[in-house]
Design a protein around this ligand. Structure first.
Ligand code: XMP
Length: 509
């Protein structure tokens, strides 16, 4: 049995963060929309109700059906979750008269309450809500208060049901981990046995059962997710895993050979397919970013399909889909459930008629890396910066030619190698070079030049949804810029991108 914490999502921006905090305690958890509570709760040891952009006073506010949970399983409501419980049980929730946003301190803590064990007096917490619980129902006890919020936390008498009006999952709640551990370990009784090693063991076993002697095909991209998925599957089914690595002509310099070599080194049964000409010919003259993406995506499917058909009796298609791609998040515009589109896998062909196996679809990105580490995968694969499927194709602005690919590969190589040499590679989340569709005047020796401009970009981020430009040292930028202009024929100017996301994006197209 897999001990599970169920997180019911009411649309808060912090819901995924709650899940990560629970998992950091080595306890497995799943996020489900508030209106899609699983029927089988036999593995669930406790439930957390998330926050929400809604007010419980809205006519449209999300209302969960908790009959199978209330009083039967430990329950913790966070912000909206707490306000929902209080109002549902006859308490009063009203718009807050004072600002309840930002840092606050827990001046009163009932140390006898299991949830609050070990929290220090005046512990700092993070509040973020427009409503507040003014009156609690009769069978509720206040377990903690701040100077301005009396009902910062409550417990329902004779029930393991709790509510807190602050966010234990955010960094600014300094003892949030203590509180969550109290709930998950002491109150729910979870054993904290969900570790990378145990994940590998149970997943490999489950894959063996599921796949038996069937053949599986997987498209490797050189990225972390498909690589870790491949190694897991390889452990389960060995040579029955057929990996395909396609060179689309838009990879980084030497990447095809380097990556292919390291995969073979890992023992994978991998076939490298050089399809550069097919991609580059299909792209001739196309300037529009979305059309370029489509051409690259469709050509990939054609190549992959042809290769997959060469494998006799292949039954399964394996994908490196990760948890954020499959979480159903509730739309903040209404309680109807929407599913995020798969960023990388949207276009995979139904016509291949293969069953799909996705061994990483319960994991967050950092967990995928940890699993990879526990399987002794090399850091040059695990710590690679993200690289988009369309590759350099969306970093050559406008139309793509072989000469432009060559220039950008050289520039990119000098930049990335420079980051590695100066120990800066792991300080940034993603780094890239962009070839701009403008020329600029320069002077080299006595000659006037009129050549290409490239932009360098390095960003810090956790998931690519938001990002800030990295403050790389001036000396480093100067060195790299000199090297690029001196060594890459066709470039006479280098600029550094200092925009954050939002309002900009990470890629330029
Ligand atoms: P943006 O440019 O939207 O990028 O800020 C966010 C993250 O997504 C990557 N990206 C892509 N990945 N296919 C991919 O596989 C794409 O078409 C694509 N476009 C952007 C980007 O590199 C960054 O990590």
């Amino acid at each position: 049995m897999q001990e599970t914490i169920l997180i019911l999502d009411f649309g808060s921006q912090y819901t995924q963060l709650i899940a990560r905090r629970v998992r950091e305690l080595n306890v497995y958890c799943e996020i489900h929309p508030f209106n899609k509570i699983p029927k089988d709760l036999s593995e669930v040891k406790g439930v957390i109700l998330s926050g929400s952009p809604f007010s419980v006073r809205d006519a449209e506010s999300p209302v969960p059906e908790l009959e199978n949970i209330r009083g039967k399983l430990p329950l913790l409501g966070v912000c909206y979750g707490a306000q929902f419980l209080a109002q549902h049980d006859g308490g009063e929730v009203l718009p807050s008269k004072i600002r309840e946003y930002g840092r606050a301190n827990l001046g009163f803590i009932n140390q006898d309450c299991k949830l609050m064990h070990g929290m220090s007096n005046n512990s700092q917490v993070w509040m973020s809500h427009g409503d507040t619980i003014l009156n609690i129902p009769e069978n509720y006890d206040i377990i903690t208060s701040t100077e301005t919020v009396e009902v910062a936390g409550f417990k329902v008498r004779d029930e393991e049901t709790f509510g807190i009006q602050f966010h234990p999952e955010v960094y600014h709640t300094t003892e949030g981990a203590v509180l969550l551990k109290n709930f998950i370990v002491d109150i729910c009784g979870c054993h904290q046995q969900w570790t990378p090693d145990s994940f590998v063991e149970t997943t490999v076993e489950a894959l063996k059962q599921k796949l038996g002697n069937d053949k599986v095909v997987l498209g490797l991209s050189g990225g972390v997710d498909s690589s870790v998925a491949a190694i897991l599957l390889h452990k389960a089914i060995g040579k029955n895993l057929y990996c395909i690595f396609v060179d689309n002509g838009l990879l980084r310099k030497n990447e095809f050979e380097d990556v292919l070599y390291s995969y073979k080194d890992l023992g994978l049964n991998v076939k490298g397919v050089n399809a550069s000409d097919l991609f580059l010919d299909a792209l001739v003259g196309e300037e529009e970013p979305e059309k370029k993406r489509k051409i690259i995506g469709n050509t990939f499917i054609d190549v992959f399909d042809e290769e997959a058909h060469l494998i006799q009796d292949v039954k399964w298609l394996a994908q490196g889909t990760i948890y954020p791609d499959v979480i159903e998040s509730i739309s903040v515009k209404g309680p109807s459930a929407t599913i995020k589109s798969h960023h990388n896998v949207g276009g995979l062909p139904d016509f291949m008629k293969l069953k799909v196996v996705e061994p990483l679809n319960t994991l967050f990105k950092d967990e995928v890396r940890r699993i990879g580490r526990s399987m002794d995968m090399p850091s040059h694969i695990l710590d690679r910066h993200p690289f988009p499927g369309p590759g350099l194709g969306i970093r050559i602005l406008g139309d793509i030619t072989r000469e432009k690919v060559r220039i950008l590969q050289e520039v990119d190589h000098i930049f990335i190698q420079g980051l590695r040499d100066d120990d800066l590679y792991n300080d940034v989340w993603q780094s890239l070079a962009v070839l701009l569709p403008v020329k600029s005047v320069g002077v080299m020796g006595d000659e006037r030049t009129y050549e290409n401009v490239v932009a360098l970009r390095a960003v810090g981020s956790t998931d690519g949804m938001t990002a800030d430009w990295s403050h790389l040292p001036y000396e480093f930028l100067a060195k790299v810029s000199n090297k690029i202009i001196n060594q890459v024929k066709g470039v006479n100017r280098v600029v550094y991108d200092i925009s954050s996301k939002p309002p900009s994006t990470i890629e330029w197209e």
